[in-house]
Write a protein that binds this ligand. Structure first.
Ligand SMILES: [Fe+2]
Length: 238
């Protein structure tokens, strides 16, 4: 599949611009500085003026960390998803939510996939972590319990992870980075924020509800990469 750029309508362009500009502003001081720096570095190919062209993003990604975008129609089986990650291919859909549904999504759209996930893929340690999660996840494809455990690692880090910062914590998970409401909700008093603990995470089921009920915070993005050895050890010991 390829991105059919000519098929985007005026409303799509307008929705992209609203989402990008609103969330870019909202994330200042709330997102991990590494994410914001990566987003800045991608400015020529990822900005609010127009829907990004995947061919342009691919060029920059390939040069930076050898990743590329794999166009998918929507959610795909998790083993297939992990297999693509293990080959440094990140799945993205090409459709965009409507203007009437700016803040409600049943499935990830292009704004989530691209704005949320792509920037950190040019940061080499994160890019390596993502590939390794794919490799380990795919290796578990015939063991449902272990596959679940790897999905949870992905969920509580890549989708909804937080990282320690000077004054509290910042967001690096794509699910939150691409959600205006969740970005703000995380900083409300009473949010359940826990230390990144693999034993707990790998056995903690999750719900795809509008807001998560708990979040896990790591010391630094490098801690993610360092956790891989422990993840592999736990999988082998199971
Ligand atoms: Fe995602």
């Amino acid at each position: 599949m390829i991105q059919r750029y000519d098929a985007y309508r005026e409303e799509d362009m307008e929705v992209w611009q609203i989402l990008f500009d609103r969330q870019h502003k909202n994330l200042q001081g709330k997102a991990s500085q590494t994410y914001l720096d990566c987003l800045d570095q991608l400015e020529a190919v990822l900005h609010g003026d127009a829907i990004p062209r995947f061919t342009d993003l691919d060029q920059v990604l390939k040069k930076a960390t050898h990743w590329s975008i794999e166009v998918v129609p929507g959610l795909i089986p998790v083993a297939e998803f992990f297999e693509l990650l293990s080959r440094r291919k990140f799945c993205s859909s090409t459709w965009l939510r409507s203007k009437a549904q700016l803040d409600y999504l049943e499935e990830p759209d292009m704004f989530h996939d691209i704005f949320g996930h792509v920037p950190l893929l040019i940061y080499d340690r994160y890019a390596d972590f993502m590939q390794e999660v794919g490799r380990l996840g795919y290796a578990c494809r015939n063991q449902p319990e272990l596959l679940d455990a790897m999905e949870r690692v992905y969920w509580y880090s890549i989708e909804f992870g937080l990282v320690v910062a000077e004054n509290g914590h910042k967001i690096y998970g794509a699910g939150t980075l691409s959600s205006f409401g969740e970005t703000n909700a995380i900083f409300e008093p009473g949010t359940d924020i826990r230390r990144f603990d693999l034993d707990e995470i790998m056995s903690m089921s999750f719900t795809k509800s509008e807001l998560q009920s708990k979040y896990y915070v790591i010391e630094s993005l490098d801690e993610l990469f360092e956790s891989l050895e422990k993840i592999e050890f736990k999988l082998l010991a199971s």
